[in-house]
Design a protein around this ligand. Structure first.
Ligand code: PLP
Length: 393
């Protein structure tokens, strides 16, 4: 089956749903059993698709979404979570105990770093940050107690593509589990399980939902790790509600189409920015000038709308504020992956450890999300922004 067909059909079964195209929304806390024997029997089959015991353990609405995501990513099973961060935390906690060690990419999403530094550390789990360009040399950092090699590709804010295959091969030789935050391509442009990833954690809040109106996450894994992952998700209790799952499933049906447009719009704006005199570098892996473009070309079939820009070093904070404050179409907001364009002034040097010196002397950096507006309007908006930037002394 081709991918667009899969995206529009996976997890749906109209023939067994009175002909309705979409699965219904089951609102549930209590789910009844008819007999003591049935109640007991159902509890032994917890987390089997089609077996329902309690609202927190899932409903047919959840099953439909989770099956669709598993198919899109090429994994075996998925579990919907209340946010992307909850998906990351539950995925990590599935494999950790006190005394363990985590290898974490230095370009990781900030709150996942905070989870390691402020939460896992309190429970005796140590984290070492590694450069996103490490590849097979990750082996040099693996210790006897290393349980997880955590990847995010491309990285947050600076968009380095990681050599996931090289990292996964070495991690597996050393019995480590490879977790990947694949929110950037959300299963569309990169197939994590074809590259050796064991567990994918995605912020469904972004492209899967796609409309900036729901917080959700999803963990996908192989049968080998499913019980541990599902147990961890269940114990944390950060499940998602059926209305949100319904909206995420609805978003998923158009993700292929939307991602192609984000890809086109993002690249168009990135290319335009590349030629601007105010710009030092555009951090978009789809551009041949990007240091990890070759890896991106090898492993990805496209790019989403999110990328970074480093400006020349001679613009003040104030000048950047004057540029950004009056943009018409680029909103300033923490999220991304919706239909709308966004821009943020970022500061990678403030949080990096393994690659800090690389960013300390960099010019001011921006993160841009190219939405689904017409790129002529978006480029004109940025053009006026640059005029304000240059005019501000
Ligand atoms: C790369 C990445 N992963 C995970 C998350 C967390 O998702 P959520 O905000 O749904 O918790 C985000 C949110 O910005 C993100 O950018």
């Amino acid at each position: 089956m081709k991918e667009d067909t899969l995206i529009t059909t996976a997890g749906r079964d109209p023939k067994n749903n009175y002909g309705f195209v979409n699965p219904p929304v089951y609102h549930a806390s209590t789910i009844l059993s008819s007999t003591v024997a049935e109640h007991k029997e159902k509890r032994t089959r917890r987390w089997e698709i089609g077996n329902y015991t309690y609202g927190r353990q899932g409903t047919p609405t959840h099953d439909a979404f989770e099956m669709a995501v598993s198919s899109l990513l090429g994994g075996d099973r998925s579990v919907a979570m209340g946010s992307g961060l909850a998906a990351i935390n539950a995925a990590m906690l599935a494999f950790l105990e006190s005394g363990d060690h985590v290898l974490m990419v230095d370009s990781v999403y900030g709150p996942a770093r905070n989870f390691c530094n402020n939460f896992l550390a309190r429970f005796g789990v140590e984290t070492t940050y590694y450069s996103p360009s490490i590849g097979a040399e990750i082996g040099g950092l693996i210790r006897d107690n290393t349980k997880i090699v955590y990847t995010e590709s491309p990285g947050s804010l600076t968009f380095e593509v990681q050599d996931i295959r090289a990292i996964a091969d070495v991690a597996h030789e050393n019995n480590c589990v490879v977790i990947m935050d694949d929110t950037w391509s959300s299963g569309v442009f990169f197939k994590p399980f074809e590259h050796g990833v064991d567990v994918s954690a995605i912020a469904a809040t972004k492209y899967i939902v796609g409309h900036s109106d729901v917080m959700m996450g999803v963990i996908t894994t192989t049968n080998e790790h499913w019980q541990r992952v599902r147990q961890s998700a269940s114990s944390l209790g950060a499940n998602s509600g059926p209305d949100d799952v319904f909206l995420a499933t609805r978003g998923l049906r158009t993700i292929g189409l939307r991602m192609r447009q984000h890809n086109e719009n993002g690249l168009k704006i990135a290319k335009w920015l590349q030629d601007r005199p105010e710009v030092e570098t555009v951090m978009h892996p789809g551009l041949p000038s990007h240091p990890t473009h070759d890896l991106w070309k090898r492993d990805f079939s496209g790019a989403c709308g999110l990328f970074g820009v480093e400006l020349k070093n001679n613009f003040s904070e104030e000048a950047i504020a004057v540029m950004l404050d009056d943009l018409k179409y680029f909103g300033m907001g923490a999220s991304w992956g919706g239909f709308e364009s966004l821009i943020l002034h970022t500061n990678p040097a403030a949080i990096r450890v393994a690659t800090k010196d690389q960013w300390e002397n960099a010019g001011p950096t921006l993160r841009i999300h190219a939405g689904l507006e017409d790129t002529e309007d978006l480029i004109a908006d940025l053009d006026e922004g640059f005029a304000r930037l240059n005019a501000h002394k």
